[in-house]
Write a protein that binds this ligand. Sequence first.
Ligand code: BGC
Length: 737
Amino acid sequence: MSDPSGLNRREFLGAGTLAAAVLASAGAKAAERIAAADIDALLARMTLAEKLGQLAQARGQRNDTGPYVPAGSEADVRAGRIGSFLSVYGADTTRRLQRIAVEETRLGIPLLFADDVIHGFRTIFPVPLGEAASFDPAAAEKAARIAAVEATANGLHWTYAPMVDMARDPRWGRVVEGAGEDVELACRFAEARVRGFQGGKLSDPDAMMATAKHFVAYGAAEGGRDYDVADVSPRRLAEYYYPPFQAAIAAGAASVMAAFNEVNGVPMHANRELLRGVLRGAWKFDGLIVSDYTGIRELVAHGVAADDAEAGRLAMEAGIDIDMVSGIYADLLPAEGKAGRLDIAFVDAAARRLLKAKAALGLFADPYRNCDPARAKRDTLRREHRTAARDLARKSTVLLRNEGQVLPLSKAVRSVAVIGPLADDRRSMLGSWAPTGVAADAITPREGIAAALGSATRVLHAAGGEAALAAARDADAVILCLGEDWDMSGEARSRVALDLAPDQQALADAVLALGKPVATVIFAGRPLTIGALANRAPAILWAWHPGVEAGAALADLLFGDVSPSGRLPISFPRHVGQIPIHYDHRSTGRPASESERNSAKYVDAPWTPLYPFGHGLTYASVRYEALTLSSERVAPGAALDVAFWIANEGRFAVEEVVQLYLHDEVASTTRPVKALKRFARIALAPGERKRARFTLTAADFALLDADLAPVVEPGGFSLFVGGSSETALEARFTVEG
Ligand code: BGC
């Protein structure tokens, strides 16, 4: 206990067996010893207003110098009207507030500090969609672990990540926060990130609670407009939107956040069927359910609550435990409860869950566990954290195109022009959702390239216009940095057009006309429709927003120290009109075909994407061969071993992302033409040949029947392997009945 004196004076310590447990503890182990009975004893001492105060989350403010606590919050903490804070961090600030909660409130219950630690705390990693392009969940787990080490060293206990929303609509700006279009990939990243944030056990000093958000179908927003209606079938929910939440919960996610949107006519903040029915009931989720921001108050704008008080009642009854910043639970629900309009059992259950979470985090044993400035100094932006960010930035970058092997560029160039609006835009390297990041930490492409080349090479730079063209004219090679700035993707950043900005396209056209070696690097939080560029630009690297090590990682790739290895976690459309476009579509009764007039296609454009899911080149050419199955007939419940060879036929060491897809040929409900089941990164030295092996189990052959029950139906399957969803090899097998 780092601050026993504060605790000893408080009435909190008279709180029956809970206090006894706290007193008995000489260290953090007390957390696990606080039993349900202790929590009940504490609850029994709480007034309705105190319980609702615990369920209220207040918001800090942020400005250029970091967070601060708005006037009035301290008095609210003292009065027991705040149980947690959003966006307040820092070892000193949190200690000051925690001391008020522990020493100056009637019950001395410690505060929780929460924030959006999405892809790093101070060491910012690639945006989540970029991390997913690594196809390396272990690297994402490590990134989340590092984020938690830094965040907990700076006062935080709880992150609002991972975002596990599925989306097939890049108009929706929040695709940047997810893991792309594919369920298998999304599930592997969801569980990896939860494990990373939460570490070994929550009472560990560097562990923080993770939040799977936003439940549910937020990415199904009509028209790709953020917050808009989701109207989705039960099948689509079960097959597509639920699995990453289930994976996150199976990995132990301590909390779930409700989504802003309505689903099938009922806003999620009032959706009893999905919160209490599915999440709590069918899935037995017993962690915290937190509202999204003012989601409770927004029930009025949705038109399902007449006023704030009704909104609060509906949310509480639907199962929302914590009111993030609406103020409604603390301000209005005590009176609703007293007037008999609200069943207090809901409040008790929610407060019990919150106290359990505080106990699990070890806060009753040591309220100041995350308030040590020395630790903050030691653990923030460590050198090895930056090394991990550089590694993940390299792995996340996707080489879309490399005609004539323009890349890698030679380091022997005498001059290189690093031009375009993103070439030296520090803030944009961090991406849209890095509230605790610091732009000054980021290495821009211009800086990274200059550092890699040394003083013998002249690095010319201009952001755009005639100056950029002039720099390109003067240089031996050009690195053209285009795309979206940090503020063009993310929340409330929906777009109707996904083309490059006209001035960027014009710059690209002019530079490409010079006939020099040009590598185009695109930064973006979503797929863009870059057909016009792809027709002309020989080499395109898709860098997303790579994080603090952006420029260093890009230099590693551009000059061939490391081969690109990222793969697209989401299909790139040719036209916005193709959206939603995804590789795992159904066949339809009239599958798209060149020769069939009346088939599922367009008359004015191809039906295929510009770049498919899973696509990404390396600096080598990797050959796939000799696909074998352990058996062509799989007995019920049995596993199937799959093996094949991959051979590096190039001059560069690479990491190849091998991908295995299945198609159930005939089933009682329609199945995707292809669905990703396994993937792995395999390192190959030049000339090296390796055997890749995967084992499929009965769960991989299952589908949801007409009643949405999982079943394995006997029959034929096609199996595909390759380096993208446009696979190289195919085999067939039969699952026996
Ligand atoms: C977002 C959430 C986020 C919350 C708190 C909301 O606007 O939808 O994802 O956790 O703000 O910052």
